[in-house]
Design a binder for this molecule. Structure first.
Ligand SMILES: Cc1ncc(COP(=O)(O)O)c(C=O)c1O
Length: 460
């Protein structure tokens, strides 16, 4: 038997030329997006004032299984993809586990995370439509960075609303976005009506992705030639991120491997949705039965403690309503160090798959245990992980330890979504013993659930 290398990187020509749309194979579809004014299922054209037309079409398409990746997008992908599939030999040895641990590393590009996969696509479609500007929100800063790079490449202006807690924790993230020509504003801000309303209600708020989305949407709809783009949650983003799973599956096939367990951290669900896409297809079509685990922070537990309900995607309640696992759009999580996982809701596709039992398990992890795993991994595998990605590492380690106990040589695959070089404030607080876990009480969660919309006949 040939030895499996530490890293396998597909050749450029082997990179997938199509994205895969999981909805095409789902037995039962996610519930439709609703118009926030009428509570009626939204029509594609109603999304055009907010999103680029092509992206709105992708958002609503439940039947096309494969979308060709336009050549200009492939051209940019080729600059940083295919990304490596790595075997964590040192971690396996340290844990003395019979399990085989693989991870798909998306942090090797300049933006440092998987977010670039959708940023490039969204900036391209905006350019193709003749738009001149985009707006977005960013939590941890990875999405804003990725989109700033993509917009610079395609020559489009970008306005980023950055969650206030990250804005102050990660000043250099802001500088990178500015270097690529983006304008960055701490959210909530006094530059939008939504921001001013939130500030008048909670002047000391550290912000949230939900607030930043409201501001970005408002700016987009009130600026000519401008649209809003989102880095996660939406169906179109999961579609673009399917490149992760498609590459991964192809590389594993070359190695004669198939995962028993697939693990990903879950903020809005884009990396997890992308990683599992082709493996979930196998499960939906009865070809294989891998076990899927979503990992979220205990401080923002949308899948593990949220409600499966219709909710706004933003705090200002201007976006369409999606049925998803949610903590309520009014829920403001504690300023957790894994900023990219601080979102009140979850991708409607993943929510539906979880609700129907195809996404097998969701786990909420405490921050300090996540950083234990991050530091162990960094020392052994020589990659400093993003705090978000370290949630998946924590879970992979725990599963590998279980294998040691049972003697099972399972194949574990997890998504290593990004690097943590801009998260040193978080690492410092861990190393100095100052990291605390802020887990919401049932009462805290109830306040969020109380903000769920009442929809006549659907959700009273
Ligand atoms: C490195 C990294 N991993 C994971 C996430 C979570 O997002 P998603 O659930 O959309 O993959 C983020 C979000 O900002 C991130 O920056």
């Amino acid at each position: 038997m040939t030895k499996i290398p530490h890293r396998i990187i597909l050749a450029e020509e082997q990179m997938p030329k199509q994205w895969y749309n999981l909805r095409a194979d789902m037995k039962s579809q996610p519930d439709p997006l609703l118009n926030p004014a009428t509570f009626q299922p939204i029509r594609t054209a109603e999304l055009y004032p907010i999103f680029c037309e092509k992206l709105a079409e992708q958002e609503m398409d439940c039947t096309t299984a494969y979308f060709d990746i336009p050549e200009p997008i492939q051209e940019v992908y080729r600059a940083y993809r295919p990304s490596p599939l790595c075997r964590a030999y040192a971690l396996e040895k340290h844990l003395k586990t019979p399990a085989k641990i693989y991870f798909k590393f998306e942090g090797g590009n300049t933006s440092g995370s998987h977010k670039l996969n959708s940023a490039v696509a969204q900036a391209y479609y905006a350019k193709e439509q003749g738009l001149t500007a985009l707006t977005t929100e960013t939590g941890a800063g990875q999405w804003g960075t990725a989109l700033a790079e993509a917009c610079a490449y395609f020559g489009i202006h970008l306005d980023v609303f950055m969650v206030k807690s990250s804005y102050s924790q990660k000043p250099y993230r802001k500088t990178i976005m500015q270097t690529f020509g983006a304008t960055v504003t701490a959210s909530p801000s006094d530059t939008t009506k939504a921001g001013r309303t939130i500030l008048s209600e909670k002047p000391d708020t550290t912000g949230s992705l939900g607030c930043a989305i409201s501001e970005a949407v408002e700016r987009a709809v009130s600026t000519p030639g401008c649209r809003y783009v989102l880095g996660s949650v939406l169906n179109q983003v999961l579609l673009h991120q399917s490149i992760i799973g498609l590459e991964c599956k192809k590389a594993m096939e070359l190695l004669g491997e198939y995962p028993d367990i697939v693990i990903g951290c879950a903020g809005g669900g884009s990396n997890l949705g992308g990683l599992i896409a082709p493996f979930m297809q196998d499960k939906l079509l009865g070809r294989a039965n891998p076990y899927f685990i979503a990992v979220e922070p205990a401080s923002c537990p949308s899948l593990t403690r949220g409600r499966y309900a219709y909710d706004f995607c933003d705090t200002g309640k201007v976006t369409p309503l999606a049925r998803m696992y949610t903590l309520g759009s009014g829920f403001i999580p504690s300023p957790n160090h894994a900023g990219g996982l601080r979102y009140h809701g979850m991708s409607p596709i993943l929510s539906k798959l979880y609700h129907d039992g195809y996404l097998d398990e969701a786990r909420a992890e405490e921050q300090s245990k996540v950083f234990d795993a991050a530091i162990l991994f960094a020392k052994l595998e020589t990659i400093l992980p993003a705090p978000e990605s370290a949630h998946a590492i924590r879970c992979a380690i725990d599963e590998a330890i279980k294998c040691k106990e049972t003697g099972e040589a399972k194949t574990i695959l997890f998504g290593l979504t990004g690097t943590g070089y801009f998260d040193m404030a978080a690492y410092a607080s861990y190393l100095e013993g100052k990291m605390t876990d802020s887990i919401p009480s049932d009462q805290d969660l109830q306040a969020g659930f109380d903000s769920l919309p009442k929809i006549p006949g659907i959700q009273e």
